[in-house]
Design a binder for this molecule. Sequence first.
Ligand code: SIN
Length: 303
Amino acid sequence: MEMKPLHEGKLDRAQTLSNARQEAVYETISVTPVTRVIGVEVEGVDMTQPVADAQLGDLTQALANHNVLFFRDQPALTPKQQIDFARNFGPLHMHPAAATSDENPELFVIHTHGESFVNNGADWHTDVSCDAEPPLGTLLQIHRTPGSGGDTIFANMYAAYDALSDKMKSFLADCTAVHESEHAYRGRYADKGVDDDGKTFPESTHPVVRTHPVSGRQALYINETFTSRINGLTDGESDNLLRYLFQHMIRPEFQVRFQWRDNSVAFWDNRCTQHLAMWDYWPDERYGHRVTIGGDAPFYRAG
Ligand code: SIN
């Protein structure tokens, strides 16, 4: 009997995973991979200062390639500094449900403490995919971290797509899905003084496979927080296929887990990632500021 090498099959998988990250050379930043598949620590950026065009190009490319950028060396940014930095990447997105202040309507305060009854982003999601034009990216700085815990886990949706069979990829190529938000948002920000009486919440239909407008690569674009059904399937088919894909897309090998330190910044690309914020630190406090950059309507282009 012919003996098969023990690594057979595993090498194919490793190759698929490492293809998820495209190599690039940057002029103005240095990047250190955190995993082979998603996430780099970035040095060479000062978010308190205007960003030169060459650096903007590098950061845009790095975001498309590595999906989430981590910065360990920024000071506590003022709301204006964070908003100005985020604006380099496009007009800012206004959250359809969260509390905002008149002074800085683009700033979303992330704050969980001993009296909180819910933690923002505790289930897998990509930000506000219920919008017709969901956010391109999100820039989050955590100013105060709990004694331990409070990590954010990100998963690479290019890698999740690449790991599907060709038959499944061609089936999903034609599929669209409904992304709803009322169940997620109604009452969600009551503790921050938001009154949802008479409010309607966004709902949109998007392709299940999304072509990234910068990289041209295909990414799975459904998530368990907002995606309620795949169009054109029976309820049972849709429920079961979604359940399978939700499990598939968060496989550990597609993930990076970010351990925040005070004033760390994460900048993620919502078009090709999902994330989950762990709430394992109650009754400790975790506090930060999030600014979200507007995006385009998702599309699928065969490639
Ligand atoms: C979010 O989903 O926007 C929050 C992520 C986090 O708090 O780590």
